[in-house]
Ligand binder design. Structure first.
Ligand code: NFS
Ligand code: SF4
Length: 658
């Protein structure tokens, strides 16, 4: 006993205000402390990240190892099989990309299966909500739509898009959306994806012990796999979800924990696949269940989102959003959640324990994702309301017998989200001048310096939301228009930067454009799979003309400054392979001064693609992105216009003052 005691180390204290800038989360972390409840913030303080793993300098691909290449000189040591540091890092990176791609792609496949069942008439609970989108997606992959019914188009589209997954040879259907010069480069490099299943399988095979042991060759398959995500699995997920559930257009939104209501039955949906959430929306609006909630003494049913399915429902229907990845446990600490239902991805196992502490029933719904301590109710697409109704009923009964002390942070922030690439086109062009011309024009004339995609997670290794918010402020101040997805956009929404009024925080050029159009300087466009919307927008910008011939020519940059998931790495790689300079924060799984590092951070750009960047500090990330945007402006010969416009504006202001 005495010996055991010696090993008990005192846990590091977490100071809430130091680990997050989200006030509601900080308030709940204080409460959690009082309640004796542990969260990922506590565990992160207590768990020192393994430095060898953080550098990706270890391999456990076979039982001769695990091998750790710990020497200061990266090439001084090799694994038992002789694998060198480049092979080991590239293989690890490849497996991260394979897993991230598999996650998005499997999600996309679920949407596609649902689409098939709907068009075959096997499911009545869902329908084709957006036939216009259906037609335009079909046309974009070369399907003739004249004189065809919606159903006929849908059938053909299904057959075509299935290739995104199952095709053994040939190019995935959405390769047809890629700008010619970008596609040509991919063909030259041999990295146009075939079907995602094939690419993921090949990635896994090539990273097995004793197969591909040349980092450049491995990197080609890494790019091909990632592209099967961005222009494949993720894009199918986005497009089919739009067809089935509606294409987002601007909608007023509310975020933060104040969206929970003490006098209502609060139900949280957390995960990634919109079908569960769509059905929960139906159940939560059912008059019978609303009556049941009222009979239980509640004023009604309050359905709220978290993380990515929350982000999808936010942009598509304006469903309120309680918080991003690092707030998920804190939301439960309010004691106000009457049911937490989840499907797949980014659901911390720790949630089930926190839920228990506050008597919140937690339900898993997807056969792929059961969680110890949570109850499983299978969600079946052919009878989705069985599961959804059951969860609502269980939430009502929890409401009736609430015992947990309730404390809801009184903070609600508002904004406008829902900027699909179709809407950006419409918004900037208006009905008569639809198209990306005005966006390109404003970039060419210098009012908008460039476009940045700021995306990704929050991570307890870094102050929650802080890097996202500081970085985006810096970007818009410098006239960079920001597009956002995933948990990042929730950070910015909480900071008030997704409301049109935030235009006053933008530089003079961007501010003028925002005020003219009535849009915020930060455009929330959806979940992480909806990063595919950014790819489509980039392709449209190239097609519009005036900004070069390939995505790599555009004055754009991307970042996931607080990333944590393998999905984020897959996203980063498909942006890089598509031609975008992409800066990651927190940490990067690589050893510097190696050939693999050189390839990712420089070599790929020399080959005509984008490249990776890395910085932790938000101002440094912004500086790197702006520097890249300016480099691209210079190469396009439009650097001078910007100087002129800024001078013009200064003159005008002086005139106004006079
Ligand atoms: Ni994206 Fe969404 Fe959030 Fe990160 Fe997770 S919820 S798919 S991975 S943590 S942004
Ligand atoms: Fe070690 Fe090579 Fe086996 Fe990896 S594959 S664990 S480097 S012996």
């Amino acid at each position: 006993m005495a010996e055991k005691d010696k090993t008990i180390k005192k846990k590091k204290e977490v100071v809430p205000k130091e680990v997050t800038i989200c006030e509601a989360t900080a308030q709940m972390l204080e409460k959690a402390k009082k309640d004796g409840v542990e969260t990922a913030f506590d565990r992160a303080a207590d768990m020192k990240a393994c430095p060898i793993g953080a550098d990706s300098a270890c391999c456990k691909h076979c039982a001769m190892g695990p091998c750790r290449l710990t020497s200061k000189e990266p090439y001084a040591k090799v694994g038992v099989c002789g694998a060198d540091i480049d092979t080991i890092m590239a293989r690890n990176f490849g497996r991260m990309v394979a897993c991230g791609t598999a996650s998005h792609t499997d999600h996309g496949m679920v949407m596609l299966n649902l689409f098939r069942e709907v068009i075959q008439g096997n499911i009545d609970d869902y329908e084709i909500k957006d036939p216009i989108k259906l037609k335009s997606v079909a046309e974009s992959v070369g399907i003739e739509t004249d004189n065809k019914t919606t159903l006929e188009i849908a059938e053909e589209l299904y057959i075509e898009l299935e290739k995104t997954y199952t095709q053994i040879e040939g190019e995935i259907p959405f390769a047809k959306r890629v700008p010619e010069k970008t596609l040509e480069l991919w063909r030259k490099q041999g990295i146009v994806p075939r079907g995602a299943m094939r690419e993921i399988m090949e990635m896994m095979h090539r990273t097995h012990m004793g197969v591909d042991q040349q980092y450049e060759n491995l990197t080609k398959q890494i790019s091909r796999t990632a592209l099967a995500d961005g222009w494949g699995g993720s894009m199918v997920a986005t497009e089919i979800s739009d067809i089935l559930f509606g294409t987002p257009s601007p909608v007023a939104i509310e975020v933060n924990m104040g969206v929970l209501k003490e006098n209502k039955v609060n139900i949280i949906v957390h995960g990634h696949e919109p079908n569960l959430f769509e059905s929960m929306l139906v159940s939560a609006n059912s008059p019978t269940l609303i009556q049941a909630a009222k009979d239980a003494g509640a004023e009604g049913i309050n359905l709220v989102g978290m993380c990515c399915s929350g982000a999808e429902m936010l942009v598509r229907h304006g469903v309120p959003h309680a918080g991003n990845f690092m707030s998920t446990e804190a939301v439960l600490v309010t004691g106000a959640v009457d049911a937490l239902c989840v499907d797949v991805q980014c659901i911390k196992q720790g949630l089930s324990k926190v839920a228990k502490c506050y008597d919140t029933p937690m339900f898993t719904t997807n056969p792929q994702c059961h969680i110890e301590g949570a109850e499983h109710i299978d969600f079946k697409e052919h009878s989705p309301l069985d599961c959804a109704d059951e969860i609502v009923i269980r939430a009502i009964s929890r409401y009736k017998s609430r015992t947990a002390k309730i404390e809801i942070p009184n903070i609600v922030n508002t904004g406008v989200h829902g900027f699909s690439h179709e809407y950006i086109n419409y918004m900037l062009g208006g009905t008569f001048r639809g198209g990306y011309t005005p966006l390109n024009d404003n970039i060419i004339n210098g009012r908008i310096r460039g476009v940045a995609g700021v995306v990704g997670c929050t991570n307890p290794r870094i102050k929650q939301d802080w890097v996202h918010v500081e970085l985006v402020k810096e970007l818009i101040k410098n006239d960079v228009l920001v597009l956002q997805t995933g948990c990042s956009q929730i950070a910015l929404a909480k900071a008030g930067l997704t409301s049109p009024e935030a235009a006053c925080m933008a530089g003079p050029g961007l501010q003028e454009v925002c005020e003219t159009v009535g849009m915020p300087p930060v455009l929330g466009i959806g979940a992480c799979v909806d990063n595919s919307r950014i790819l489509v927008a980039a392709a449209e910008m190239v097609k519009e003309g005036g900004l070069g011939d390939s995505i790599a020519d555009l004055p754009v940059a991307g970042t996931a400054p607080e990333w944590m998931s393998e999905k984020a790495i897959a996203i980063g790689q498909y942006f890089v392979a598509s031609g975008v300079y992409t800066v990651f924060g927190v940490t990067f799984p690589i050893v510097e001064e190696t050939k693999f590092h050189e390839l990712l951070f420089e070599g790929l750009e020399e080959q005509g693609m984008g490249k990776w960047g890395y910085a932790v500090d938000p101002y440094e990330i912004a500086r790197l992105m702006i520097q890249h945007i300016d480099k691209k402006r210079k190469e396009l010969g439009i650097d001078k216009t910007r100087e002129r416009i800024l001078v013009d504006m200064a003159d005008r202001r002086e005139l106004e003052v006079a």
